[in-house]
Design a protein around this ligand. Structure first.
Ligand SMILES: Nc1ncnc2c1ncn2[C@@H]1O[C@H](COP(=O)(O)OP(=O)(O)O)[C@@H](O)[C@H]1O
Ligand SMILES: [Mg+2]
Length: 257
């Protein structure tokens, strides 16, 4: 299968008051339809990596190639278009607009692209039925649970059928039941739509829904583990790597069993 995301020799040096190398020679490839987890202790460079892939920030050196394109080489206008069309984002704090209904939140990316309203209705219906939120579309964010909010945010992130879905701690603000719902939702989208996904998480149970987990320590690739056929075995393997990794004990205090 073709690699649709290539990260090559990526380096990131923050040079503020002090110079700090946050990422060193990160190289990995992701195949079409793969669901990749990124784990590592606090401060290891996970968000930095995600920001470079999502083009929110620029690498000091190295390349990010998405579907044969190098987004960092695009001019501002083209880059904005690339982000809007090819990428979908899911965040820890949902990033929904409280003044809009859930439906209005979900259709926002299509509204911005001036998609025809009949077409929008069809897409919203299809996606929200699939995600089990079709009965709450007229509600506002403060009327629904965290899990429902995150499923709404996921619907918004995929309604324009992005090439790559990026998530930073999508279960970070959820209880264990909602986390499970959200991870099952992401897994279902990954399997049905073959959307390629990359998720940063410090939650081993969330990571066990991925096909592969990449571990980062001190800005360097440390290890990677592939899921075989058994999610429980994979979960245990993830825990084993995390315990070798050490780092912030808080990272493990949130383990949900
Ligand atoms: N804008 C920045 N300027 C300087 N240092 C930064 C900046 N952003 C992150 N860092 C540093 O880079 C390292 C990696 O940060 P980050 O990618 O946020 O880690 P993680 O998401 O794994 O917790 C940390 O030591 C952090 O303090
Ligand atoms: Mg982070």
């Amino acid at each position: 299968m073709a690699d649709v995301l290539q990260v090559q020799d990526l380096n990131k040096i923050y040079d503020g008051k002090a110079i700090f190398q946050a990422l060193t020679n990160i190289t990995f490839n992701v195949e079409k339809g793969e669901f990749i987890g990124v784990m590592g202790p606090s401060g290891s460079g996970k968000t930095t990596l995600l920001n470079l892939i999502s083009t929110i920030d620029r690498p000091t050196s190295g390349q990010v190639i998405v579907n044969g394109q190098e987004p960092h080489k695009l001019k501002k206008g083209k880059l904005a278009e690339f982000r809007r069309k090819e990428l979908g984002f899911v965040f820890q704090d949902f990033n929904l607009l409280d003044t809009l209904t859930l439906e209005e939140n979900i259709m926002l990316p299509l509204t911005l692209e001036r998609v025809d309203s009949g077409e929008i209705d069809k897409k919203v219906q299809a996606i929200t039925q699939k995600l089990g939120i079709d009965s709450i579309l007229n509600k506002r964010t403060y009327e629904v649970s965290g899990g429902q909010k995150q499923r709404t945010a996921i619907a918004r992130a995929i309604i324009h059928q992005p090439f790559l879905l990026l998530a930073d701690e999508p279960t970070g603000n959820l209880d264990s039941k909602s986390s499970k719902d959200v991870m099952q939702t992401l897994q279902m989208i990954n399997e049905k739509d073959k959307t390629t996904m990359l998720m940063v998480t410090h939650d081993p149970s969330a990571a066990s829904y991925c096909d592969r987990v990449i571990f980062i320590k001190d800005g360097k690739l440390y290890n990677e583990v592939y899921k075989g056929t058994n999610q429980k075995v994979f979960f245990q393997q993830i825990l084993d790597v995390l315990s070798m990794l050490g780092g912030d004990p808080d990272d493990l205090s949130t383990v949900r069993l």
